[in-house]
Ligand binder design. Structure first.
Ligand SMILES: CC(C)(COP(=O)(O)OP(=O)(O)OC[C@H]1O[C@@H](n2cnc3c(N)ncnc32)[C@H](O)[C@@H]1OP(=O)(O)O)[C@@H](O)C(=O)NCCC(=O)NCCS
Length: 192
C-alpha cells in the first residue's frame, strides 16, 4: 500500500540519516531535527539527583571534572539543567552566577552512549539562555575540551583575566598548580 506521501508527493523521499534536517540553535550550532525532537531539555528535579551524581562522579574518577557530593547537588539543584533522551536523563550541566557580569558553566557531563548527538551542545545552549535571561553578560567555563566550546561561540581567555572568585573550586581540586584546563568565555546579548 502506498503511503500518504507516496500518493500525494510521489517524488518525496526520506534522505539518509546523516542528511536529515538540522536546526541551528542559540549557540550557533546545528542539531539534527530528529534528535532535537526526541530531546527534552529541562530544569533538574529532585528525582534526577542520583543520576546527576553518578554522571559527574564517573568522570571525576577519570580526573575529567570535579567531584560533587549528593549534598552539594541537592543544595544547588536550581542551577542544574538536564537532557532526557528517550525518557532517561543522559546529561547535566549547571550554571553558577559568579558576579554581576559573569556566570560559569560547570559540571557538564554527557553519558558515554549519548555523546556526539548534540546533547552537550543542548546543555550549554540552555545554560547560555538561562544566563541571558538572568541578565548576566558573560559565561565562562574551565575545560579540558576548548574545541567543543569554540564550536559553540566561546573563545579562549587568559585565565588571570577572570576574577579571583572563579578559583574557589581550585582549592578542592587535586591538580592544583598542575591545572590542565583552558578558560573559555562567551559574551551574550542580554535581555534588558
Ligand atoms: C564534552 C562533552 C560534554 C561533549 O558532549 P557531546 O554531547 O558529546 O557533544 P556534542 O554532541 O554536542 O558535540 C558538539 C560538537 O563538539 C565536538 N566535541 C564533542 N566532544 C568533544 C571533545 N571532547 N573534544 C573536541 N570536540 C568535541 C563534537 O564532535 C561536535 O562537533 P561536530 O558537530 O562538528 O561534529 C562530553 O564529551 C562529556 O561529557 N565528556 C566527559 C565529561 C567532561 O569531560 N566534562 C567536562 C566538559 S567541560
Amino acid at each position: 500500500m502506498q503511503s500518504f506521501f507516496q500518493t500525494f508527493f510521489p517524488s518525496f523521499f526520506v534522505p539518509p540519516a546523516d542528511e536529515l534536517i538540522s536546526i541551528k540553535i542559540n549557540v550557533g550550532k546545528l542539531i539534527r531535527l530528529d534528535i532535537l525532537l526526541s530531546m527534552n531539555v529541562r530544569s533538574a528535579k529532585i528525582t534526577d539527583v542520583k543520576t546527576i551524581h553518578a554522571l559527574i562522579n564517573s568522570y571525576a574518577e577519570e580526573d575529567k571534572m570535579l567531584f560533587r557530593s549528593m549534598a552539594d547537588i541537592y543544595e544547588n539543584l536550581q542551577s542544574f539543567v538536564v537532557v532526557e533522551l528517550n525518557g532517561g536523563v543522559v546529561g547535566c550541566c549547571a550554571l553558577q552566577v559568579i558576579w554581576s557580569d559573569l556566570a560559569e558553566v560547570k559540571s557538564l557531563a554527557v553519558d558515554g552512549e549519548s555523546m556526539k548527538k548534540g546533547v552537550g551542545t543542548a546543555l550549554v545552549a540552555a545554560a547560555v539562555e538561562k544566563s541571558a535571561e538572568l541578565g548576566v553578560a558573560k559565561v565562562f567555563a574551565l575545560t579540558l575540551y576548548p574545541e567543543f566550546f569554540k564550536k559553540l561561540g566561546f573563545e579562549t581567555v587568559e585565565r588571570d583575566k577572570l576574577p579571583m572568585k572563579v578559583w574557589s573550586d581550585c582549592a578542592r581540586c587535586s591538580k592544583q598548580r598542575k591545572c590542565d584546563e583552558t578558560a573559555v568565555i562567551k559574551k551574550l546579548k542580554t535581555e534588558s
